[in-house]
Ligand binder design. Sequence first.
Ligand code: AMP
Length: 223
Amino acid sequence: MRLVLMGPPGAGKGTQAKRLIDEFSMVHLSSGDIFREVRASGSALGERLAAYMDAGELVPDDLVVSIMAQAISESDSASGIMLDGFPRTVPQAEALDEQLSQASATLDAVVVIVADDDVIVERITGRRSCPECGKIFHVTFMPSAAGEFCDVCGDGKVALTQREDDREDVVRQRLAAYLAQTQPVIGYYRRAGLKMIELNGNGSPEEVTAELMTALQAVGLRN
Ligand code: AMP
């Protein structure tokens, strides 16, 4: 199965993606995660990506398409892929179509998770993570037992960090980019006649997962 998972930042795509890959054997390709890995390598390409990411702007299509085309061709397998955060513009969607058609492959469905801006801003700006073990916390919804420090690492002495692009001004910019550049991709896929699954992401992760599983059944992608 090949799915595209779309939605504004903070709608819960990452959480639902993890649940989907537990249920179906799929490779999870998150463009944001891939770009963060490239950044962490400290390469010149990573520095180019960082400038856009830290400003909450989309990385230019040519860069995105070349990185993602390689990731897809390396991991597309019989079991399928879950694309999370890509494509985010119509030219990216066109490039993906082209790559899939060259491999005689198609997308099975597009999952769109929507959520209110206020819910998104609260979710993202409260997000913290441990720089050592990667554990994710939320100052309100999932606080660390050690306050501002990781409750797993270094006897409570490792300070939690906030992603540069999780600050409120950057989150608002990311939401604006979603509205202007990514929402048109939904229309593009609808016009192409793909199966569209639209979910309300304001609820709890469990509620969204239940809605998603029911919707996958309804379109014949789950028994
Ligand atoms: P995410 O973790 O998916 O919110 O992505 C973090 C940042 O990476 C975004 O704010 C963009 O700067 C960049 N990014 C990720 N995926 C894409 C994409 N498909 N097109 C353009 N920029 C992207």
